[in-house]
Design a protein around this ligand. Structure first.
Ligand code: PEP
Length: 251
């Protein structure tokens, strides 16, 4: 059985006070939530203070990106071991906004994911097609290229420390969610690729999250699909009540 994972990507929102304030509310709202892994991903500057606020709770901490080197003359970058130092257990890698605005490629995703895992983090590796790619019937080709590139050279152990997030770019922040069937179709395709690359049991154990305008009112339908094992949530993760409602999808 795969433990569902609900992750909130706060993007470039929230000061330290806003982030710790929301965590305070969220902790109460999900205190009784069992059998679901809950993760929040604030901006870098809030990580350490949010980590303190999360102490003793069932919510874990993610960063939104990392670099692949441990240290050196890399102005502006943050190494995976520093994220561990700040209290992170997870890191999001290859989000479509990083691919779109900051030149992230499958190769850099791969280097970041490997570095993150060797530092002890769980890597949440994002893949997803644009609207133009979907309309050109290229969804499966794009996902296959991103997945194979992002996970290139992974050992079984590295795979076990990763999570895939399928986020159709046309559904991110647009209010347009993939239908349950559209999402399931791609998730099943991703799992079949994982079977080919890593074998049946590794693929069965792998969590594949859906992301793209997940809200309290559509999460249940998505989570009822066979190959959807959680959600990466942007907009609806910014308020404690809506994110808690998503995390509590089973109740
Ligand atoms: C995201 O940023 O990963 C995301 C899915 O955003 P939203 O839920 O707002 O579409």
């Amino acid at each position: 059985m795969r433990t569902p994972l609900i992750a909130g990507n706060w993007k470039l929102f929230k000061t330290i006070d806003e982030a710790t304030g929301m965590v305070k509310e969220l902790k109460t709202l999900v205190a009784a939530t069992a059998g679901v892994e809950i993760v929040v991903a604030p901006v870098f500057t809030a990580l350490s203070r949010v980590a303190d606020s999360l102490t003793g709770s069932n919510i874990r901490l993610a960063a939104q990106d990392c670099f692949w080197e441990e240290e050196g003359a890399y102005t502006g970058e943050v190494a995976p071991k520093l994220l561990v130092d700040a209290g992170c257990s997870h890191v999001i890698i290859g989000h479509s906004e990083r691919r779109q605005y900051f030149g992230e490629t499958d190769e850099t995703v791969n280097k970041k994911a490997k570095a993150a895992i060797s530092a002890g983090l769980t890597a949440i590796v994002c893949v997803g097609e644009t609207l133009a790619e979907r309309e050109a019937d290229r969804t499966f080709t794009v996902i296959e290229t991103q997945l194979k590139g992002g996970l290139a050279g992974f050992s079984a152990d590295q795979l076990a420390k990763s999570v895939i997030a399928y986020e159709p770019v046309w559904a991110i922040g647009t209010g347009k969610t993939a239908s349950d069937a559209q999402a399931q179709e791609v998730h099943a395709f991703i799992r079949s690729l994982l079977v080919n690359l890593f074998g049946q049991s590794a693929a069965e154990a792998m969590r594949i999250l859906y992301g793209g305008s997940v809200k309290p009112d559509n999460v249940k339908g998505l989570m009822s699909q066979n190959d959807i094992d959680g959600a990466l949530v942007g907009g609806a993760s910014l308020k404690a009540d809506s994110f808690a409602a998503i995390a509590n999808f089973a109740s």
